[in-house]
Design a protein around this ligand. Sequence first.
Ligand SMILES: [Fe+2]
Ligand SMILES: [Fe+2]
Length: 291
Amino acid sequence: MIDAVIDQDDRFRGVLDRLSSKSIDDYYNPYRLFEWPESLPENMWWMSPELTTTHDSDVAATLSEQQLFALSRFESVNFYSLNVHGIRELLIEVVRRIHTSGFETPSEFFHHFIGEENEHMWFFAEFCLRYGDRIYRQPGGGVAIPSAASTKVESLLVFARILIFEELVDHYNSRMAKDERLHETIRAINRIHHQDESRHIAFGRELVELLFEDVRRTATDEELLDISNYLRRYLTYSFESLFNPQAYRDAGIEQPYELRQALLASPARAQAEQRVFRKTIRYLNKTGIVR
Ligand SMILES: [Fe+2]
Ligand SMILES: [Fe+2]
């Protein structure tokens, strides 16, 4: 039983206590914290150029600086839109489990998690609507959890997905928080999110490892291989969601779908994906969740 595994793990209980106290100490009012200028200047980077999907591509070489700034602007709105959708989905899953059998022990921490994510979703949506005038639609072609999965496997996949999503986002947040080329409002959003997410990621890594140990006790080798393959597909899907043809079109690119295909097929993409998920894949391999 998951609750027994979680309950008997002193280390995990210690981590939960420490992270819950830290959430209380770091608590802030997001509705007062940020400064929202009327508009943000268009003639600057909105996203670190090295983090944009078009960085170093053939297309980027043909664009003027103004066009590259515009591309970084729409890519940044896409990035925060992905955050909105990712948070909405993870909230549904965590709310579904809080105070239910098996999740008694982490429920206290789930309260902090749910509260913080609601606030993150608010400031990301606020940014998109104020400065981009839109929240981009969620990309299609999602990777649904197999309906045949047992409850235990389903929970493992749900929390592994949340962890992958949070680590992906954090790669970008932690870099943009420090990038002096970006406007202070953009840096602040990334900085605050990074601060909260370091707790969520620490929690996620502990929980996912425990859930996996529990699954591994009774699973067949084939089931374990299915888990590994599923999470590989999810890693790829998450990374590819950064390449949004609608954002390219809004930035004035004439053949946005062709551009997306070319970027996805390029060697630079494979390198970028590896960079972004370097720590995540190391963790997933070390724990044996992904082979
Ligand atoms: Fe968040
Ligand atoms: Fe989070």
